[in-house]
Design a protein around this ligand. Structure first.
Ligand SMILES: [Ca+2]
Length: 271
């Protein structure tokens, strides 16, 4: 489903039906919605630096910093991989091919690298230092899309408007948060990055990053990232959509890229 080009045209904000819109709500909810709408900030994306996105496996599904190294997972059957990238130069430091399934999001927590799969319903664990498999597999329902963590729980998306908090020992769902923008559910939530109580989320097929309150699911800010539209670059195609957000705590900057994007961008988000 993620390969359907028409999704590029879908606006991710799913408005409520007319029936629901005309349903009378308690006044306090009307007030809350208005308040919420008024406080959604528009942040500006500022490009600090551009570096090459190397290798022939670049269908990005996961992007995260760990010990000063940029980690990436890529998807598609026969093109799935785990990679370590030097964030200063873009040089590939290590690549491990994932031969048997369509890899999805990654995150590293408690010394384990968790790797989701798209439709295989399993998450596998690796040693983040050398990519050795730990032979531990968790299973889950539905599709696997993005993954991040808040230092305690794994935080996972599945292409819907829901974000799932999972226990890193048992993989059980501890909490489910619905993401809303001005009271309306936002679907196609893809790659994730947790930073200081906020979840930065790529919305699949849309050049927008939503900044979500990790507790309430309310969108608090949005970032127009259309200036970094990899699909417009000559080396790519229309599937080269924005995906991949990694926060570097050392520089306090974000690294973002896209599926098959030839570049990685170090950026900041300004008010
Ligand atoms: Ca990420």
């Amino acid at each position: 489903m993620k390969k359907i080009i028409t999704l590029l045209l879908i606006v991710a904000v799913t408005f409520v039906s007319c029936e629901k819109k005309h349903k009378k709500k308690p006044s306090k909810y009307q007030y809350l919605n208005q308040t919420e709408a008024s406080i959604i900030k528009k942040l500006k994306l500022r490009i600090i630096r551009q570096l090459p996105h190397n290798g022939n496996k670049r269908y990005v599904q996961g992007f995260e910093f760990y010990k000063g190294i940029l980690y990436e997972s890529t998807g598609e059957y026969n093109f799935s991989s785990l990679k370590k990238i030097d964030p200063k130069t873009g040089k590939l430091l290590q690549t491990k091919d994932i031969a048997t399934y369509f890899a999805e999001g990654i995150t590293i927590l408690n010394g384990n690298l968790f790797l989701l799969s798209y439709r295989e319903g399993k998450a596998n664990l690796f040693n983040p230092d050398n990519f050795a498999e730990k032979n531990i597999t968790f299973t889950y329902q539905d599709e696997g899309w993005g993954l991040t963590n808040d230092g305690k729980s794994l935080i996972m998306s599945n292409g819907s408007d829901k974000i799932f908090y999972r226990n890193p020992i048992t993989f059980n769902v501890e909490k489910e948060v619905s993401v809303t923008y001005n009271g309306n559910p936002i679907e196609y939530i893809n790659e994730l990055e947790y930073v200081d109580g906020k979840i930065y989320a790529n919305i699949y097929g849309v050049g927008t990053i939503m900044v979500i309150n990790a507790t309430s699911g309310l969108v608090e800010a949005e970032i127009d990232a259309s200036a970094i539209d990899c699909a417009q670059l000559p080396q790519t195609d229309r599937e080269a959509v924005l995906n991949g957000i990694a926060y570097n705590p050392a520089s306090k900057t974000f690294y973002i890229t896209g599926k098959r994007c030839p570049n990685i961008y170090e950026v900041a988000f300004d008010e």
